[in-house]
Each structure stands twice: as C-alpha cells, then as structure tokens.
Design a protein around this ligand. Structure first.
Ligand SMILES: [Zn+2]
Length: 454
C-alpha cells in the first residue's frame, strides 16, 4: 500500500491546500475545507493511455492540414443547436442541473433516439431495471444502447474497451471514483481526477462523453468550479421544478457559441422539444389588462416574443419596494430613474414589481422598452393593445436605442400575428414594404406612449 497522503480541498471551488483553512483564499467562502485522502503512490497510467501514445511535433502553421470538423448530428434538434450544431467527436460535455430537474431523462431520451450510435450509458445511481423502466416510458428502446451499473472508473474503461461505444454517458460524475485516489466518491479530488481521466479517454478514443453533474444548493455547477475549466462544453439544464418548461443553456462551448438556447416541455413521456417558444411565453388571456407588454427579444440567435408584466402601486410603507423576476434589478432601477428624471413620471413613491412570464431570465437589452411600457401601463392603469409588441433599448437620456438583428425580431412578430412593432428610429435599413406588420420607429419614450395609448 502506498503511503497515504492527504490534502484539504475547498468544497466550493476545489482550491487545494496542505493544511486546513477557515476561509478559502480563492473563493472567500467560510468553512468549506474538507480533508481528503489522495494517494499519488499508484501509477496513474490507465489502460487506454498505454495503448495509444500520440507523438506531436511542432508544425509550421501553413502546413497544417485542414480537417473539416465532423460533427454528429443529433436527433434532438434542441440539443444539437445548443451544442453549436452537432456533437464534436472526442468532446467532453458536462451536463449540469439541479437534482430532479430531468437531466437523466434528457440523456436517456437522447440515448434512445440516437439509433445510429453505439451508446454506453453508465449509471451509478440507478439499477439497469430502473433505467430500462424509465426508458420504455420515454419511447422506443434503442437496441444499440448498453446500460452499465458501475461506479468504478477503471472498470468503466475496461467495458468501454470491450464494447467500443461511439458515445459514453456518465450518470453522474459525483458517483464515479477512481482507484488512483483514495478519497470517497463525490469528493473534490475524486471528481477532478475522474474527469481528467474521462477527458483523456474522450480525446484519445475520439469518443464524445457526456457527464451528468449535480448542481449544489448555491447554484454553482457540480460544486467544484474546476470541472468547468476541464471540460470542453458545459450545458446547464434550468427551470422551475413546478413549471413544465426547461431551458437548456450552454455556459461554455469550445466548439460553438454560448448564445444558443434549447427549450423543452416536461411531459410524462419525456421531454418534448419546443420549436416555437413564443407560443408558451405569451399568455393566451384575451382580456385587456394593464401592466403587460410584449417584447420581441433574441435569445442567442433565436427570436422570441415574451410577456413583461409590471405592477405599480403606491408604497404602503415608507420605502418603496422594487422587485424583478427574470430581469436585472439594477437595470430596472435605472429605467425607473430615466422615467422619473427624463420623462417626469413620479414613480419615486411607488412599489414596482416586474415579472417575465414563463419563469425565464432575459438579458437582451431589447426588452427595455417593453419594461418601460409595462410599468407606465400599470401606473396609468391603461392596457396596451394585444397586437402591439416592442423591441428597443432605452438609454440614460430616455432615448430609444437600436437593437441588433431587428429584422429577425420583426419577422417573428409578424409570424405570430402582431399588427404593429415599435422599434428605434435609428434602426436603419428596415424597409416597411418587406413586411406586412406595421413598423413604427421612435426616438423618445413620449412618442412611444403616443403610439400605445392614444
Ligand atoms: Zn474555495
């Protein structure tokens, strides 16, 4: 037996220290250090590492051959989109989310859909029978999918060598442990070492690997942030467990943009791809209610129409409350200040509550104008016509600023049957004759109000 060696690891960020510390110098969290046994005595060369030794030598840049990147086109188009247009061979993807959100369901569904791939699905959480039961609920079973209940990494690699899968799923990384390290499964050093070995496996065998990782209570991915740095792609599965909609976001992607978004609806039979998100994000309520405005936003490259709801009321107690769900509170405060200072609306003594319908979060500045419109609508108790939508940023002097890809937003609004869209006058190059929807360009908030409420 090799000599036992221990180290202390921050359970939040993975910082390593020889002695115990009360406060982590890396992430400043208190009381996060746990002693873990690491044994460096053993030989770290694993089975697959011995077999293929690649020798690289420096090459002149113009002599390097262009190899067109072959991506695996996934059956699940939402997943395909978020991965940046397909799965890259040899890539390591971390698939994170809160427990119970549906990560295993989505991965299992993917495993059943990919009938052209030979899939090895390793689970350290459920038995083969349980997984099969869930898989049959989702849909037709895939004959090319192999299930393995295993938590020991070396054994996983051995099976992978025998089976030669074209895709490997690990459910979850927190249950896997490697012989190289003596600490318990789920500890930082185990997760880190296992991920490093899986990364080597992915690169050397050109097999894409999906790692399912649980998110901690604080919302950080899989506890240790070290994982995010090691893998090629980090996907996050989000959503409220009480809502049926799930968002699949890419947080990091070495092979594509991180702006892409996938949307699913959780059904008893699995996850349904939502091709037209606008349908679900706008309420079908036909009554005219004040405080609601529709914004044409772009999430990544995907146009979406979403409903902004505001409630403005006189503050019952001294300090007015401001709260925002799905929207940045500081930006809300800024917009309130603009309305107060530049447009003369007395909102200083009012409570303002803002909500983005559907439980989603929006960062697109094009939503600004809809936020302003919904607040003013609620403040004056005047409803905005249901057939109008807005898409523009609001500047500090109350000017209406242009947004990018406005033609896509206009097309989406037109497709969904809106009659009028309000944008910035500075959005150049938009030709009314190309659209059926009426396009109104404004420069000031006052002009927008005239369009909305006269
Ligand atoms: Zn830390």
């Amino acid at each position: 037996m090799a000599k036992l060696k221990t180290a202390h690891f921050c359970q939040n960020c993975g910082h390593e220290s020889a002695k115990w510390l009360g406060r982590c110098p890396s992430c400043n969290e208190w009381n996060t250090f746990v002693e873990e046994v690491i044994s460096k005595g053993k030989n770290e060369v694993t089975a697959f590492a011995k077999s293929s030794k690649r020798t690289a030598k420096p090459q002149a840049i113009h002599q390097i051959k262009d190899i067109p990147q072959q991506r695996i086109q996934m059956v699940d188009l939402e997943l395909n989109r978020v991965l940046g247009g397909g799965l890259v061979p040899g890539s390591l993807t971390l698939f994170g989310g809160e427990p119970g959100i549906g990560k295993s369901t989505l991965m299992l569904q993917m495993a059943m859909q990919e009938k052209n791939q030979k899939i090895l699905y390793v689970s350290g959480e459920e038995s083969e029978q349980q997984i099969k039961m869930r898989a049959s609920r989702i849909g037709e079973l895939n004959e090319n999918c192999y299930l393995l209940t295993e938590t020991q990494l070396e054994s996983v690699f051995k099976h992978a060598e025998d089976l030669q899968p074209t895709l490997l799923v690990i459910d979850s990384i927190q249950t896997i442990h490697t012989e190289n390290i003596d600490s318990s499964p789920g500890s930082i050093s185990q997760i880190r070492e296992s991920t490093a070995q899986l990364l080597r496996f992915a690169k050397q065998t050109e097999t894409p690997v999906f790692l399912i990782g649980h998110i901690t209570k604080e919302g950080s991915l899989a506890g240790p942030k070290v994982l995010e740095h090691m893998v090629d792609t980090v996907l996050q599965f989000e959503g409220d467990r009480n809502h049926v909609y799930r968002l699949l976001r890419s947080i990091k992607n070495r092979f594509g943009s991180t702006n892409e978004l996938g949307i699913y609806e959780m059904l008893g039979t699995g996850l349904r791809q939502v091709e037209n998100p606008s349908e679900i994000l706008i309420s079908n309520n036909q009554d005219k209610l004040s405080g609601s405005a529709i914004a044409a936003t772009l999430e990544g490259l995907r146009p979406m129409l979403i409903e902004v709801q505001a409630l403005v009321s006189t503050a019952a107690y001294g300090t007015p409350q401001r709260s925002a769900t799905g929207f940045d509170l500081r930006r809300l405060n800024m917009l309130l200040a603009v309305m107060e200072k530049r447009c003369g609306f007395k909102l200083g003594a009012k409570d303002v509550f803002l909500n983005i319908a559907g439980g989603i979060k929006v960062n697109d500045p094009a939503i600004d104008l809809a936020v302003v419109a919904s607040i003013l609508s609620s403040n004056a108790d005047l409803a905005i016509e249901k057939n109008i939508c807005l898409s523009a940023e609001v500047g500090l002097s109350g000017e209406i600023r242009p947004v990018n890809r406005v033609d896509q937003r206009i097309s989406e609004a037109e497709k969904l049957g809106f009659d009028k869209i309000i944008i910035s006058k500075d959005n150049k190059g938009i030709k009314q004759e190309n659209f059926k929807i009426e396009i109104v360009g404004c420069t000031r908030i006052e002009e927008v109000l005239k369009e909305l409420f006269s």
